[in-house]
Ligand binder design. Structure first.
Ligand SMILES: Cc1cc2nc3c(=O)[nH]c(=O)nc-3n(C[C@H](O)[C@H](O)[C@H](O)COP(=O)(O)O)c2cc1C
Length: 199
């Protein structure tokens, strides 16, 4: 449960100018059945490719399936938690985002790998926004099932599944999700997470 003080430290406004793509990006749930063009899929992963990473290790790794690849798409879909399946069932593109646990040339864990994957996913998400696509990341999936169904090796760790596609009709969603879809988003104000003195 959120404290009163915490809720007071949130607003729904963008308080200082940011680039338009950041303003427009949202994790929506209503998908159109329109397929995502192959070139656009390539652009999404290209954006991830150019993310920064610790020692330029580029530990991110993506496994994707389009809806037409129904066997693979279903394997990814099957791993989702029931609450995510309700809306992600319409997504024309599902992507499992994972990272390589060890450095490529050293038999040693890369402590920054998950962090770097997050940066790559953020790049991918903003590129998607620019292409008119919606990305919704989901931590709500069964990791062990994903490992089994997708044959993910020990060397790789899945972190989120992303539902990607064009926006569809709000009415296609159950009522409670329709409300969430149009609700204003809240964020902590900068006072909550930015410090310009010692703690
Ligand atoms: C790592 C991660 C895991 C998430 N898992 C889920 C999820 O399982 N189901 C879901 O509906 N949304 C999930 N989200 C979406 C967040 O709820 C969403 O990003 C947050 O509410 C802010 O909304 P916005 O992305 O529209 O700004 C996840 C987001 C991230 C980054």
């Amino acid at each position: 449960m959120e404290s009163v003080i915490e809720s007071m430290m949130k607003t729904t406004e963008i308080e200082f100018p940011v680039t338009e793509l950041i303003e427009q990006r949202r994790s929506r749930r209503a998908y159109s059945s329109r397929a995502v063009e192959v070139e656009k899929i390539k652009s999404l992963f290209e954006a991830a490719r150019w993310a920064p990473s610790s020692v330029n290790e580029q530990p991110w790794f993506y496994l994707y399936a389009t809806r037409e690849q129904s066997t693979l798409w279903n394997k990814i879909f099957e791993t989702l938690m029931p609450g995510n399946k309700i809306w992600a069932k319409e997504a024309p593109l599902l992507v499992v985002a994972m990272y390589r646990k060890n450095f490529a040339t050293l038999d040693k864990p890369n402590g920054a790998a998950k962090f770097d994957l997050g940066a790559a996913n953020a790049f991918l998400s903003l590129q998607a926004t620019q292409l008119g696509l919606n990305v919704h990341q989901m931590g709500g999936f069964e990791k062990s099932k994903a490992i089994e169904l997708l044959n993910i090796p020990e060397t790789h760790e899945p972190v989120v599944i992303m539902a990607i596609g064009y926006l569809g009709n709000l009415e296609s969603l159950p009522e409670n999700l329709q409300e969430r879809e149009v609700a204003p988003r809240e964020r902590y104000t900068q006072d909550f997470f930015v410090l310009n003195k010692t703690f």
